[in-house]
Design a protein around this ligand. Structure first.
Ligand code: SF4
Ligand code: SF4
Length: 433
């Protein structure tokens, strides 16, 4: 059996479990001075990483040690929010000598790699660059847990929170439908709306027949008329229509975390580009290439309830379509960096989520879904290609799809034993006998 973290990650289909779903073996192919553990978990109402560190520390540590050795890092720093006082004390008593803890302020966003690396090391990743440009590799807590257990990725830690009696973090089979999970947890869904992921970067989905994927962090359940649901459900037409009323107050740019890093990200400029022709647009939208899509400008900064974040996202897509790509450039930190970060408490108030911040716990529960939908593109890169045929029996933990050798992607495993009932370009459906 191989104990090399890169091999473990490739063999088991491990991807960035914080949301990026970037194949972990690719990151582990490089050398770095420092391994940073991303335990920032900055999205409000999500608690899965905290849960892993509290309940599965040994597995996490095993993965962190393997990853550190694999990239030849001299040290490993766990970036975790200062507010987790008890957990931090506990971690301090368990980590090895070449590990340390960096206590982050409770701001949003703080798990963005560019911000995390700067906060933890004071090293500034160039805009358009990656952490390796400053000798750092970043892995999420759950990614390291998956390396530590060295098994096919068939389960996902998620948090179920929001308008529920009690928020819970738990492990569920990958491919299980969200509606089945909520039904097993006896959560009523009438007159509710759902955000898959966190309230800031997640997406509203009222179709709960979609499955859990390797990059999912949780589900936030809210009353269907909650303002956050309305704001996150805007159409492209609506986003552009309201952009005309932007009064260019600059607040979105002043508080933009990537602008504070010195990346020159200017959502206010993208806002006036909606009425321009294609040629004019490009220079006004150029900074969208460096936007991390954190949604802070829309859901916190803008006093007029406009949607600069989505204008930036649309601009970025349009520029990519035109063949424009980010350029790597070293920059200087904005002197206001430490003074303009957004406290999570203020953000939660602004989002109207204060009443949903409740005690949360780890729930140990065995799920036995009748059917799982295994998406073939649940990672960055090329979709995986099916290795099984319709009506074939597959075992739990058996590889059912794989990305071609040499291409970026990851393996997909069946999370239940059963018969392959359907295969198409997007998914494989497995049903128990
Ligand atoms: S979404 Fe808005 S605040 Fe966040 S990085 Fe992009 S422009 Fe800046
Ligand atoms: S904060 Fe809102 S109103 Fe002000 S410039 Fe940005 S989008 Fe326009």
């Amino acid at each position: 059996m191989s104990f090399d973290a890169k091999e473990i990650a490739k063999k088991n289909g491990i991807v960035g479990a914080g949301g990026a779903a970037f194949p972990a073996h690719i990151k582990l192919s490089s050398r770095a001075d420092i391994l940073i553990v991303n335990a920032a978990e900055c999205e409000p109402l999500l608690y899965k990483d905290e849960t892993i560190l509290s309940h599965f520390f040994d597995e996490f540590l095993n993965g962190a040690l393997l990853a550190k050795e694999c990239v030849s890092a001299k040290k490993c720093i766990i970036g975790i929010k200062r507010k987790h006082e008890k957990l931090i004390e506990d971690l301090k008593s368990k980590i090895p000598k070449d590990f340390s803890i960096f206590q982050l302020e409770d701001t949003y966003p703080s798990g963005d790699e560019f911000l995390l690396v700067y906060d933890v090391t004071q090293k500034l990743i160039p805009k358009g660059g990656i952490p390796l440009d400053v000798g750092v590799i970043v892995h999420n807590v759950e990614t390291l847990y998956n390396i530590g257990i060295n098994k096919p990725v068939i389960e996902k830690f998620i948090t179920v929170s929001g308008d529920v009696k009690e928020a819970v973090s738990l492990k569920v089979p990958i491919g299980m439908k969200w509606c089945d999970i909520l039904s097993e947890l006896n959560i009523k869904t009438d007159h509710k709306s759902f955000i898959i992921g966190g309230p800031m970067m997640g997406s509203v989905s009222n179709d709960l027949s979609i499955p859990v994927t390797k990059g999912d962090s949780g589900i936030v359940i809210l009353p269907e008329d909650h303002p956050l649901i309305r704001k996150k459900s805007r159409t492209k037409q609506n986003i552009e229509k309201i952009a005309y009323t932007c009064d260019q107050c600059f607040r979105c740019s002043d508080l933009c975390p990537r602008d504070l890093l010195g990346h020159g990200v200017k959502p206010h400029r993208a806002m006036i580009s909606v009425s321009m022709n294609l040629k004019q647009k490009t220079s006004y939208q150029a900074s969208s290439l460096y936007c991390c899509e954190c949604s802070l400008c829309t859901l916190y900064s803008c006093p007029e309830d406009l949607d600069p974040a989505n204008v930036m996202i649309l601009s970025k897509r349009a520029l990519y379509k035109e063949g424009v790509r980010p350029e790597k450039k070293f920059c200087e930190i904005n002197p206001m960096y430490h003074y303009r970060r957004t406290p999570t408490k203020l953000l939660i108030n602004r989002l109207g989520l204060s009443e949903f911040v409740k005690p949360h716990k780890f729930l140990e529960k065995e799920f036995t879904p009748k059917e799982v939908i295994l998406k073939l593109n649940q990672h960055r890169g090329e979709p995986a290609k099916p290795l099984v045929k319709k009506e074939q029996f597959v075992q739990k933990g058996e590889v059912v799809a794989e990305t071609e050798e040499g291409k970026m992607g990851s393996r997909i495993f069946s999370s239940i034993s059963g018969i392959v009932r359907a295969i198409d370009k997007q998914k494989i459906v497995v049903e128990t006998k």
